[in-house]
Design a protein around this ligand. Structure first.
Ligand code: TXA
Ligand code: MG
Length: 336
């Protein structure tokens, strides 16, 4: 199949382009589109055949359920039941935006969307292109990140193309995404609510609205010592092609050691004074968590494209605001 790329204005998407993309979705096709977090790969969430194409295109394991994207709060009932006080308060504060709520699944939602489970993950995205597309389609969109399964999520159309060219029908290219990391996934069927995946909304921001929640440790090692509450949270995930190693020190000795063995190394550091060494691509990362999130995947994609053999990343501090970045780095560096 040929993957068509349509440029759209990120703030005021052109009607014609959105109409074309919606027609592809109505014909059970797959359309990649920008959200405020990462690019998603959308299909009609209520159509088993359309959704099964997502799994085929990504090579996604069937036990990993999808997030359903709806246009407005009144549409949540199309896929979920059990709207409660947590959901009311969180939706009021964070929707549209990068928070995904796990609710009870409504009868009629295909098993393939929920991995056969009793719950469904729902969010209302904030990106104008995502919103226009869902509205024009006229049905909820199941949309995982638009990458091959277990690889780094895409933050621009070129990343999508690199992984999925020829495997999907269309990409709406609305430029780079602002958020850079995925949404926070929170189970509000439990009391207290349970954090299933750290994301752009920090636990502290959620707790300011609904009080204490159950947190994961964020070490990237759940599934070893603790139960795996979210079926999709595989310990190895979000991986670049190059082997990634994380350090809690400056990383300099590891970088030098790798260089001595002749490997080409990409180095994500916070230190602007790290000087150039032959064979090393130094990437000085921002010390602000939101700016870091915006850049992390883009830098991993760029280092892969540059053909480095190894990536060494200095771990960000063990603080609430850094939980999502630490989680992704931890999973991306889990030994094969
Ligand atoms: O920012 C995002 O969330 C992006 C954009 C495109 O919206 N989407 C995304 O989807 O990251 P995906 O498929 O890459 O990750 C979905 C996560 C997985 O960890 C999955 O296990 C979890 O959500 N999930 C989905 N449905 C669930 C459910 N019913 N119960 C628990 N976890 C669920
Ligand atoms: Mg993903």
């Amino acid at each position: 199949m040929r993957t068509e790329i349509l440029r759209v204005h990120p703030d005021c998407p052109e009607r014609e382009a959105i109409a074309q993309a919606a027609a592809v979705l109505r014909a059970r096709g797959l359309v990649a589109f920008p959200t405020e977090t990462v690019y998603g790969l959308g299909a009609n969430a209520l159509d088993v055949e359309a959704v099964s194409r997502i799994f085929a295109a990504k090579g996604r394991p069937i036990h990993n359920p999808l997030i359903v994207h709806v246009h407005r709060k009144d549409d949540v009932h199309l896929v979920a039941t059990g709207w409660n006080e947590y959901a009311t308060r969180l939706a009021e504060r964070f929707w549209p935006g990068p928070l995904t709520l796990v609710l009870s699944r409504r009868n009629g939602v295909p098993d393939i969307v929920t991995a056969g489970g009793p719950t469904v993950a729902v969010r209302i995205p904030a990106h104008p292109v995502a919103r226009a597309l869902i509205e024009a389609a006229g049905f909820p969109l199941a949309a995982p990140s638009a990458n091959l399964s277990s690889m780094v999520s895409p933050t621009c159309a070129e990343h999508v193309l690199r992984g999925l060219d020829g495997r999907i029908d269309m990409i709406l290219d609305g430029g780079p995404t602002a958020g850079g990391l995925e949404s926070t996934v929170l189970d509000v069927t439990a009391s207290p609510a349970r954090l299933l995946r750290p994301g752009l909304v920090s636990p502290g921001e959620i707790e300011a609205v609904i009080g204490p929640i159950l947190r994961l440790d964020g070490s990237g090692e759940d599934g070893v010592s603790s139960p795996r509450p979210s079926p999709g949270m595989m310990s190895r995930h979000y991986t670049p092609r190059a082997v990634l190693e994380c350090t809690i020190d400056s990383g300099r000795s590891l970088v030098e050691e790798l260089c001595r063995t002749g490997l080409r190394v990409g180095w994500l550091t916070f230190d602007p004074d790290e000087h150039f060494t032959p064979g090393v691509t130094v990437v000085v990362m921002p010390r602000d968590p939101a700016e870091y999130a915006t850049r992390l995947y883009a830098e991993l994609h760029a280092l892969d494209a540059a053909g480095v053999d190894r990536i060494v990343a200095v771990f960000p501090p063990d603080e609430d605001q850094w939980l999502a970045a630490r989680d992704r780095l931890g999973r991306a560096s889990t030994p094969r």
